[in-house]
Design a protein around this ligand. Structure first.
Ligand code: NDP
Length: 245
């Protein structure tokens, strides 16, 4: 299998895209650690499913807004599994709200997870990532196309991932570490349910008139984590059903 002997850490791996990614990387042969913030029971379910695949698994409570907790999570992975090869920066929070009603407290809260949290996790991981390792961040299709009002804060947070990904590709390239970004389109999760209040408009903007599912995003992450993607860095891989077209 493509990831045999590799160790991956997926932030926010208890539900949605992160859980699907954790499972997919395990299916491809990796041992997988995941973080969560609230849902220990859901995280434990993902761990059980990974162990049933014959892989090692570990769930760690670590709020991405807490840099010390994120750094401790990275250390715990290396202590448990002896190495780290793949970091998936998936943990994120959504936000929809009128621009003139978005408070600076909202700004701090969203950026703390979606930007500062990714920066901190990657900084903690960079020192221990194996040569030839992978950093894969989950951005958003709103970076390419903002479908309507109310997205200023969330789009700001996800657009920052484009700059961070390019800059880190330059930082880490000398060690053969690739740094890439995946832009999901509307994907059926708790954050953005396919039967939610904004679903019809989002669905209509895709070429397929349907939501994606978390496994479809996980497949893109699995490709970027695979040996076949070793010359792919600073790239954006959209899994958005044509949302940006
Ligand atoms: P969900 O809300 O369904 O799941 C979020 C996951 O992240 C959960 O595992 C949650 O843990 C964890 N999480 C949330 N906040 C934190 C935090 N502060 N620290 C650590 N973990 C945290 O989200 P999705 O699966 O939909 O989204 C995953 C990523 O994909 C996000 O970055 C999101 O912005 C992005 N995305 C999603 C799209 C969609 O349509 N769904 C579209 C484009 C991008 P817990 O279970 O403990 O709460």
């Amino acid at each position: 299998m493509t990831l045999d002997g590799k160790v991956a850490l997926v932030t926010g791996g208890s539900r949605g895209i992160g859980a699907a990614t954790a499972l997919r990387l395990a299916e491809d042969g990796a041992d997988v650690a995941l973080t969560y913030v609230k849902n220990g029971a859901r995280a434990a379910e993902v761990v059980d499913r990974i162990k049933n695949l014959g892989r090692r698994a570990l769930a760690i409570q670590a709020d991405s807004a807490d840099a010390a907790a994120v750094s401790a999570a990275v250390s715990a992975v290396v202590a448990e599994f002896g190495r780290l090869d793949v970091l998936v920066n998936n943990a994120g929070v959504g936000f929809v709200g009128a621009f003139d009603e978005t408070s600076l407290e909202d700004v701090d809260r969203v950026l703390a997870v979606n930007v500062r949290g990714v920066f901190a996790a990657t900084q903690a991981a960079a020192g221990v990532l194996s040569d030839g390792g992978r950093v894969i961040t989950i951005g958003s299709c709103v970076t390419d196309r903002v479908p309507g009002p109310g997205m200023a804060l969330y789009a700001t947070s996800k657009a920052a991932m484009v700059g961070l990904t390019k800059a880190l590709a330059r930082e880490l390239g000398s060690r053969g570490i690739t740094v890439n970004l995946v832009h999901p389109g509307p994907t059926d999760t708790d954050m953005n349910p396919a039967d939610g209040p904004y679903a019809a408009d989002q669905r209509a903007l895709t070429a397929f008139d349907r939501y994606g599912n978390p496994a479809e995003v996980a497949a893109a992450v699995a490709y970027l984590a695979s040996p076949g993607a070793e010359y792919v860095t600073a790239a954006v891989l959209s899994v958005d059903g044509g949302h940006a077209a």
